[in-house]
Design a binder for this molecule. Sequence first.
Ligand SMILES: Nc1ncnc2c1ncn2[C@@H]1O[C@H](COP(=O)(O)OP(=O)(O)OP(=O)(O)O)[C@@H](O)[C@H]1O
Length: 604
Amino acid sequence: MASFKDILSYYRQYKTIAIFSIVASSIFEILDLVVPYAIGQILNVLSNQPLDKPIQTLTIQIANITPFADGKLLSLGVLMGLIFIVTVVRSPIEPWMGIWFHWEISLRARRDKLKQILAKILTLPLSFYDENNPGRIANRIAKGIENHTYSYPEFAGQLLPKLARVLGIFVIILFIEKWTAIAFLISFVLILYFGLRDLKELIRQEGLFDRYSENTQSRVSEIITNIKTVKAFATEGIELERQRQRLEKEFQYVVYRIHKGYVDLITWQKTVIHASLFAVMLFTLIATVQGKMSIGHFITTYTVASMAYAELTPISQLAEVFSRRYSSMVRLHDFMNLPSGTDAGSLHLNTDDYSYNFTGKVEFSHLTFGYDANRPVLKDINLLIKPYQTIALVGKSGSGKSTLVKLLFRYFEPTQGKILIDGEDIRTLDVSSYRRRLAIVHQEVDVFNGTILDNLTYGHPEVSFEKVEEACRIAKVNEFINELKRGYYTVVGERGVRLSGGQRQRLGIARALIVNPDVLVFDEATSSLDYESERAIQLAMRSILGTRTTIIIAHRLSTIREADKIVVLDAGRIVEIGSHDELLSQQGIYQRLHYLQETGELLA
Ligand SMILES: Nc1ncnc2c1ncn2[C@@H]1O[C@H](COP(=O)(O)OP(=O)(O)OP(=O)(O)O)[C@@H](O)[C@H]1O
């Protein structure tokens, strides 16, 4: 699990400037103390009491180098000069040495981290996305980043300088009266110690709450994703009630455990602070009445002590806000510390170092794989696909067809055995350059927000327009593009025109063809389509067959009659291989499936 160290490392790159700006802000906070001190000294001048040694020395030195005589007037001038410097002169300098850098560091770190986060998203293994829905991930990232961005200026610009000021106050009181200073320090340390101890427990509670609340958010995101199902099953009321119960539980927890904890903490802190301040006032007043302390020192001590105790409230508030945010910040680092997947592609723009060109000979050799190592879903698969051949994978749902393709794309590593392309183990190849020679058309084609042209050239942005048109002709995309007013420049996706399932499929096929892959995979490309769309796609597929190695995963056997080889998988094993006619003559699974689809009857 990540820790405070990880939170600090978020700003590590800006260490030097961070130290500089924190020190500068701390100095400015300490300079504030000059005012009550100088006012105390002015009171001493006015009431004819002696000045402190350093002020006396400073006045004498100024008298020596200027025409002014050492006296009451010069002392007042020197003290007013000091006040002028630490208030008026410092005002235009402070924001540029403090606030400017605190926010600049925070915003720079935000920019850097968001880039690193996307890199992490791009390199995490697919299994992570199987287990975490987008809402959960997006919520964790957004909260983590926001809390880091707001926390730094508060921590560096307020909390630390305020602590420095409290230290400065201690030194001033020490200089005036030793025992008051010691009493002050002890009360301060006790207040901070008990405060931090309680905060630690509250941070733990916040962590539990954060995890619970992440699940609530994730449900909202699930509802958005699955809204059609929710509406179709008319479960709106159930979803609302379920969420109401969760939110009520969250409310009870956050109010009666966490919020009450903070209010308890503030209650006793405030009481102790005011009691301490009253004690300081009482003791310094007694000392002044007894003549052990000057009026100026009485005023200075009381003023700076009240400044110090007054700082305790913002310090504890800042600590409280920080602890409320702490767990979500740590959770962002937990996310960032997740190991990248072995399937991670390259993040560099220029990856032409390895440019492969395969004939398309693919061999699965003694391949065994399981998502859970103890439960193999593919068992000892041996299959040779010759260049330009078309192979169809069929079999019952869950027999392992998609998994075989996932392994070909190197999303997962085989448990045993290997996959060879043109005789080379794919694990020895650069994963991004290798994948660029493959293309896949999924059952659900992803459409990005942008023009149709952007979507078509997604895998190969530099491709010529002629090549795009050619691919669109083969995939029969031109048929519907021509009907659109803005043609290739029609905006599709989230904020654009909605494409039908069949249109998306054809777009997916053209997108795959544009990268001119050596191996092309259709993953149940037609199974969710109406008959007409299916026919259009079958025709598109037919004109591609034989131009490259093609693997078709199909439930509808009509799509794959022309395949060179049909491979029947059952429970992760290859049970039949052959052409359509060969397999029909065997009285096996394929024949049964075929008969079922043709007649709708089960073979006895
Ligand atoms: N990400 C995953 N994590 C764990 N198990 C998985 C995962 N994906 C698939 N499986 C399991 O692996 C087995 C094979 O699944 P696969 O998707 O490869 O089958 P399939 O033949 O393509 O099925 P379908 O025709 O329904 O798509 C199934 O038992 C499935 O539950």
